[in-house]
Design a protein around this ligand. Structure first.
Ligand SMILES: [Zn+2]
Ligand SMILES: [Zn+2]
Length: 334
């Protein structure tokens, strides 16, 4: 099968039409006809080879939604015609201590959807069926696309670090990830504070379920919030004054870093040790976590705020994301 894709030939280059032949379908694989693919910031990090792992021609895309058009003989849980999604991960070793306990997202044998193969800015995508998740009927395909990476990236830390309804949770950065984090934390019943340097995002953040908004653009704002939050979820890549954020966490609380673009964190030992605070991280989510997140999103009617671009206008979409003009996630439509 010939796959029609969009690829960059060189670092930070424009994407151009690019065709390649799909490999023969494996017994445990499916082939998906792509209807939608989100543009995630990580696609752009990879396009710019910011991680030093990009191979060109590079086909981005790891927020894939589409219909299964072929399924290998061993695939039992999905069938041709099913509407499915694939996120950052599209394969794992299946045998390590993490895979066998449902933590495939930290398997060192991970296949990354648009790193170890050509990604989802394309007509089709083929992968291990274990990493395709059925999309619930209540979710629109365009809305579901950003949930496959952005959605689970913010949902999984809430589950992994056991958010409870009595907790005060602050979300730092109200962008593609942060706006979803506000919605999920509010749906978990937490008392949510949105923290942003853009005061003009206040009205939207409150609409999404935040009870408080902190404009962090003024110096020293966080220092005034010592011992306030049970959990701070950081979604921004800027290097912040980490000690102030650490101190804004209550004793026994947690400062959690999410997203591939987060900065290095340096914190002083005393607030960490004396208050038994934790600095933690979170990385995408397993297929079962993605399935749960999609069901929860459908049930609670949580969807990202999106802007759509035709697949053929992929460069316009990338430019808009690069310039932070998209509120809040961009989705390519075939
Ligand atoms: Zn992503
Ligand atoms: Zn494994």
């Amino acid at each position: 099968m010939t796959v029609k894709a969009y690829a960059a030939k060189s670092k930070s280059g424009l994407l151009e039409p690019f065709e390649y032949q799909a490999k023969e379908l494996g017994a445990d694989q499916i082939n998906i006809e792509i209807s939608h693919c989100g543009i995630c910031h990580s696609d752009i990090h990879l396009l710019d080879d910011a991680l030093g792992i990009t191979k060109y021609p590079y086909v981005p895309g790891h927020e894939i939604i589409g219909k299964i058009v072929a399924a290998g003989d061993s695939v039992k849980h999905l069938k041709v015609g099913d509407r499915v999604g694939v996120g950052w991960q599209s394969g794992s070793c299946h045998h390590c201590e993490f895979c066998v306990t449902g933590n495939e997202n930290v398997c060192s044998g991970m296949e990354s959807t648009c790193v170890t193969q050509y990604g989802g800015y394309a007509s089709h995508f083929q992968c291990d069926a274990s990493f395709a998740v059925k999309i619930p009927d209540g979710l629109d395909s365009a809305d579901a696309a950003p949930l496959m990476c952005g959605g689970v990236t913010v949902y999984q830390p809430m589950r992994y670090y056991n958010l409870t309804p009595n907790q005060k949770v602050a979300v730092v950065g109200i962008g593609g990830l942060g706006h979803l984090a506000v919605k999920y934390a509010a749906a978990f019943g937490c008392e949510v504070t949105a923290i942003s340097t853009s005061a003009n995002k206040k009205a939207e953040a409150l609409e999404w379920g935040a009870e408080h908004f902190v404009d962090s653009s003024a110096k020293g704002t966080m220092a005034k919030l010592a011992n306030t939050y049970d959990v701070i979820l950081n979604t921004v890549s800027a290097d912040l004054h980490w000690d102030e954020y650490m101190k804004a966490v209550k004793p026994l609380g947690k400062l959690i870093m999410i997203g591939l673009g987060t900065a290095d964190v340096t914190v002083s030992a005393p607030p960490l040790v004396l208050g038994q605070r934790i600095v933690g991280g979170s990385w995408i989510g397993s297929p079962s976590m993605i399935e749960e997140m999609l069901e929860f999103s459908a049930r609670k009617k949580i969807a990202p705020k999106i802007e759509k671009f035709e697949m053929a206008k992929v460069n316009e979409g990338i430019k808009a994301v690069r310039e932070n003009k998209v509120r809040y996630r961009a989705v390519l439509v075939n």
